[in-house]
Design a protein around this ligand. Sequence first.
Ligand code: SF4
Ligand SMILES: [Zn+2]
Length: 139
Amino acid sequence: MSTGTNWRQYAACIGIDPRAFFPVGYHARAQVNAARRVCATCPVRQQCAAFAIEVGEHNGIWGGMSQQELRQKRRRFRARTDTTSPKPPAKKREPAKCGTRAGYQKHLREKTEICAPCRQANTDADNRLRRTGTTKASA
Ligand code: SF4
Ligand SMILES: [Zn+2]
């Protein structure tokens, strides 16, 4: 979303007294409602609200929203964008493949039936261990 103001030319409030969008005093509530009705027909109310949030407007109705609503939206917006260090996506561990000793151990962990390739891989590893002192297949 850009802070440009090109959207203003499409604003439904063009030609309306801008004071209508800065409610004050006794008639403020009625004024807010009137302003909202104009904004409701406005094709650029998203841009308008985004603009008010970006520039930190602290007065008036923008995009059909009162200052209170804009503040809430601003907070949510900040919460979304002010993450100083976004978490890197969790590194997915390769699931243990069947036919490996890791697969065999996975079967044990998850108490699933040990399939033939895994049983074989485990036996092979055991035999290697007996022969060579390591479960690693020799290169
Ligand atoms: S949303 Fe409302 S205040 Fe904003 S440009 Fe449209 S009519 Fe004007
Ligand atoms: Zn398996």
